[in-house]
Design a protein around this ligand. Structure first.
Ligand code: CMC
Length: 383
């Protein structure tokens, strides 16, 4: 076999390749810091709101009071889904994973928006705001449809509280709102991860914001990215009790299985988001009586750090988020749509930023095949 490519610069999975400039967020994988526009994630998680963080990511500064009011009124101007889309979601959730329903919902909304064939910056911004404003209702409706329950339409203007209210049909407690809001802030943006990259690749063709978000959802679905928290919880439930952790993890590693919720392409230390979620997972587990689940997770963490900490493998954001969402009452299949409910702000901000100095993404692959030229043989003569 002859190798045809002359290109010797090759980074498998684009690892370490810098393909864009950004002012939005910085993942410091060596020191375990996550920064949004200069603010440490811990600072924002403690003091801010999801809407404010979304504004920060999108426009580069924390909003004034009037900027905030203007922003949230745009998000809430048309924040509900129609009956037709709810029917589609009911059909989708009968046969497929909620992430497929979410992907379909965003694609449907794009198809129904007559402005989605306008590609100037103002139109892209308007599409992003409209879509983001509808996201709590879309994900809550998927939750309702999956459980065979009717849709709930709340007039609550707050992104977090509206989502919880439309999911469960009752007002969340202050603590539940705080925990969920923190989880949304922690997941809002994270460098050029696979789904963000997917959204940027799509927008770089001068496609529309709905298409960019549809691409992002498609790539968030996989277990190596957004799907990991669902699988991490499943693994913890299978392990069942702290005393089984060592044996089960050893067996999985022996079979070369990846332990979901551990390891990261950028962080080689403890993921700062996981540290914050761990605290909430513990408190919620105690409140809701899941202490054995939390203790099992802590034991798995201990075993993993013992075995693989020297390789830079530590819990990532997905390890404790499953316990948090389960304690709040969500089915595990909703965990990744909840990730999207937050990450839409990063997809939107990064795609919008990229459009200001757009260049089509077009990497190359190293051709390892036959370069020929081979002679064509008619099908009748082929053996
Ligand atoms: N369990 C066991 N071994 C692991 C794990 C893990 N979770 N992660 C990495 N390793 C090992 C891997 O087997 C390899 O070992 P060796 O050098 O002996 O072959 C080494 O560490 C490097 O692994 P890699 O897969 O080449 O590293 P990567 O940079 O591609 O990994 C990752 C990143 C997230 C894909 C990987 O750590 C993984 O599959 N983790 C489990 C899935 C998961 O939790 N995903 C959520 C990521 S965080 C959410 C987000 O920000 O998207």
């Amino acid at each position: 076999m002859i190798t045809g490519s002359q290109n010797t610069d090759y980074a498998r999975g684009l690892e370490g390749v810098v393909a864009a400039e950004t002012r939005i967020g910085f993942v410091d994988g060596i020191n375990g810091r996550l920064v949004y526009r200069g603010y440490n994630i811990e600072e924002l998680a403690e003091s801010s709101t999801f809407e404010e963080v979304s504004y920060l990511l999108l426009y580069g500064k924390l909003p004034t009071k009037s900027e905030f009011t203007n922003f949230t009124s745009k998000l809430n101007a048309d924040n509900q889904i129609n009956d037709q889309l709810f029917k589609i979601l009911q059909e989708c959730t009968k046969s497929s994973h909620p992430m497929s329903a979410l992907r379909t919902a965003v694609s449907y909304l794009g198809a129904m928006d007559k402005n989605s064939n306008k590609f100037d910056l103002a139109a892209q911004e308007a599409m992003g705001l409209k879509l983001m404003g509808k996201f709590p209702s879309i994900v809550a409706a998927i939750n309702r449809a999956q459980q065979g329950k009717p849709i709930i339409r709340s007039t609550e203007p707050n992104y977090t509280a509206r989502f919880l209210e439309e999911s469960f049909g009752k007002k969340p407690t202050e603590f539940e709102t705080k925990v969920f809001r923190t989880a949304l802030i922690l997941h809002a943006d994270h460098g050029m991860n696979a789904s963000t990259f997917a959204s940027m690749v799509t927008i770089s063709t001068l496609s529309d914001m709905y298409s960019a978000v549809t691409s992002a959802i498609a790539s968030l679905k996989g277990p190596l990215h957004g799907g990991a928290n669902e699988q991490a919880l499943d693994m913890l439930e299978r392990i069942g009790t702290p005393k089984n952790a060592d044996k089960v993890i050893a067996e999985m590693l022996e079979k070369k299985e990846k332990i979901m919720g551990f390891g990261h392409r950028v962080y080689k230390v403890y993921d700062p988001r996981a540290k914050i979620l761990k605290g909430y997972a513990k408190k919620l587990a105690e409140d809701k009586g899941h202490t054995e689940l939390f203790e099992t997770a802590e034991e798995v963490e201990k075993v993993m750090i013992n075995k693989l900490g020297t390789k830079g493998i530590f819990p990532n954001v997905d390890f404790y988020s499953g316990i948090v969402y389960k304690s709040l009452g969500f089915d595990p299949t909703l965990f990744t749509p909840i990730f999207a409910l937050s990450r839409i702000s990063g997809w939107f901000a990064r795609s919008f930023e990229y459009l200001h100095d757009n260049r089509l993404f077009r990497p190359r692959s190293m051709y390892k095949g036959e370069v020929g030229p081979l002679k064509y043989i008619p099908i009748a003569d082929r053996r």
